[in-house]
Each structure stands twice: as C-alpha cells, then as structure tokens.
Design a protein around this ligand. Structure first.
Ligand code: NAD
Length: 289
C-alpha cells in the first residue's frame, strides 16, 4: 500500500521538486497530496508531474496560515490518514531589524513557525493512535545558526527547531520527527530575496547541487530510521558546530563576523573545529539527540 505523503507549499521550489520526485517513484511507494495556497499556481506542478498527475499525485488547496483551510484539506483526505507530513511551506526574509515592523515579523512567524505547528497538530492525534507516521520539517541551517540580516527568518526557524526538538523526545515511541536543514543552495539566496525574485528555479545553481539538495529530503522520507537532523550542506556543519564547541559563543559570533570581512580566518577556524571533532573532544561536548 503506498504511503500518503502530504507536502505543503508545492507551487514552487523544493516542495514542487520533492512532490514530483516522490510521485514519480518507479515502485509507486507514495501517494502524494501536493498542497498549495493558491490553486491558480498549479500549472507548473501539473506540468512537472506529467502522467503521475491524478494517479500518484493529487493537488489540494492548503494555506498553512489558516485553520479552516487545513481542516478543509484534511477532510478531503480519505480517512484523514497522512503517513508522512512534509512541512515545506516557508517564507524568506532579510533586512535590518529597524526597518521591519513587528506586524511584518509576525507574518513571517505565522507561516514559518505557526504554519508548522498547525500542520503537526492536524496530523499528530491520528499518527499517535496508529503509532506510526513521519513528520519531516524543512528547517534551515539558519534554524541552527543565525546569519546577519536574517534575524527574523532565523528566529522563526530557531522556533521550529526548539518546538520539534522538544516534540521529538515525546514522539520517539510513536513516530519520528526529522528536521532537514538545507544549507544555502544558491549563494545569492539573500540577494534574490532582496530583489524579490522567484526562488523556484534555483537560478545559477549547477544541476548536481540541485539534485543533491532534492535527494537529501527524499532520502529522509525513504529512510527506515531517519536521523533527527539532516543538514544538506556538509560544508556548513563545522560552522554550526562552532557554537557548540565554545559554550561562551565567542567562537561562532567572531567566526561569522570574520566570514563577512576576512574569509581566510574563517577557513582557519573551521579547520580548528574539525580538528576538535577528530580528536573526539568535541563529540563529548555535543550530545546528539
Ligand atoms: P519557495 O518560495 O520556492 O517555496 C516556498 C513555498 O511555500 C512557495 O511555494 C510558497 O507559495 C509557499 N507558501 C508560502 N506561504 C504559504 C502558506 N501560507 N501556505 C502554503 N504555502 C505557502 O522557496 P524554497 O526555497 O523552495 O523554500 C522551501 C522551504 O525550504 C522553506 O521552508 C525555506 O525556508 C526552506 N529553505 C530554503 C533554502 C534555500 O536555499 N532555498 C535554504 C534553507 C531552507
């Protein structure tokens, strides 16, 4: 029996790519419910899905910011049964804090944080009853490490990380929560944000990188025992590790400062963190979940 996979935010980008990838699984192991806020934007997904449309992939409306929209979508799912929930919908945001109103910040949190919470609340009771299910959350490396001018976006992803980290402990006996923390796929992600250019096609990214990025999420969904955290960009891992290597926080803040102004020093510090990893002393400080 194919597993029902509900994915949010499938009109573009990662959501669209993952939906199509799963729906086109040669062994037809998944039935994908690809959801989007605005069904007028479904054409690109329909085109990409090809013959899978109406067979292993169906499209439904779902706005993660609306209780009634989530309820309506769940009512249309036979038995309300979702085996895998992929929380992908999210909005980026950059800019100096002074220029951002609290109202605007709440809007980011409404999608990136409460959107995830709303979806998890919608599927959790049934997953607990069945004692099976899998919740995948597309977080960000910015859910583990703040980046300059991404203050609000990073905070919203940190909120998601804290929520899921706590939930994972409770859910270990029922089902699995997995975080995917994509590193920047495209080096001018922030530039694109500022220019309000569509992010869906990952312009300027080589196909190998795009493929690797999509594979990472599909592998988490397919895994029998998925890890709690999967970072798609291994180059980022030592940078994230810096904050745990130095409890005072100086090492990570200074490294990121130097990343902006002196690349050579960053490299030196990353290597230092790696050495620490190899000798084992770092491992003792970080207790993986
Ligand atoms: P994207 O903008 O192409 O995709 C985000 C999707 O979410 C869009 O289709 C958008 O319409 C949808 N969405 C926004 N608000 C919604 C709502 N209220 N209800 C339903 N859908 C809504 O960008 P993407 O890069 O594919 O982003 C997907 C996820 O990956 C996001 O959570 C993002 O934070 C995360 N991420 C992306 C990158 C990257 O480099 N692209 C890096 C780290 C994390």
């Amino acid at each position: 029996v194919p597993r029902t996979v509900l994915i949010t935010g499938c009109s573009s980008g990662i959501g669209l790519a993952v939906a199509v990838r799963l729906a086109q699984d040669p062994q037809q192991r998944f039935h994908v419910i690809a959801t989007m806020r605005d069904l007028r934007k479904k054409e690109k997904l329909e085109e990409a899905a090809g013959p899978a449309l109406g067979k292993t992939l169906s499209i439904q409306r779902l706005d993660v910011c609306s209780d009634s929209s989530v309820a309506e979508c769940m009512e249309n799912i036979p038995g309300g049964r979702v085996d895998v929930l992929v929380n992908n919908a999210g909005v980026g945001h950059v800019g100096p804090v002074e220029s951002i109103s609290v109202e605007e910040m709440k809007r980011i949190f409404e999608t990136n944080f409460f959107g995830v919470v709303r979806m998890i609340k919608a599927v959790l009771p049934d997953m607990k009853r069945r004692q099976s299910g899998h919740i995948v959350v597309i977080s960000s490396v910015m859910g583990l490490q703040g980046i300059v001018f991404n203050d609000v976006y990073a905070a919203s992803k940190f909120a998601v990380e804290g929520f899921c980290e706590s939930l994972a402990v409770q859910l270990l006996q029922f089902n699995v929560v997995s975080m995917v923390e994509p590193g920047p796929v495209n080096t001018d992600f922030e530039l694109k944000l500022m220019e309000e250019v569509s992010r869906s096609e990952f312009p300027g990214t080589d196909p190998a990188t795009v493929r690797y990025f999509k594979d990472a999420i599909v592998n988490v969904i397919r895994a029998r025992r998925p890890a709690f955290r999967t970072q798609t960009n291994s180059l980022y891992t030592p940078l994230v590790a810096l904050k745990y290597a130095d409890p005072s926080g100086d090492l990570s803040v200074r490294t990121y400062y130097r990343l902006l102004f002196n690349y050579g020093t960053l490299f030196h510090l990353s290597m230092a963190a790696l050495r620490c990893l190899t000798c084992g002393c770092f491992r003792r400080r970080v207790t993986p979940l």
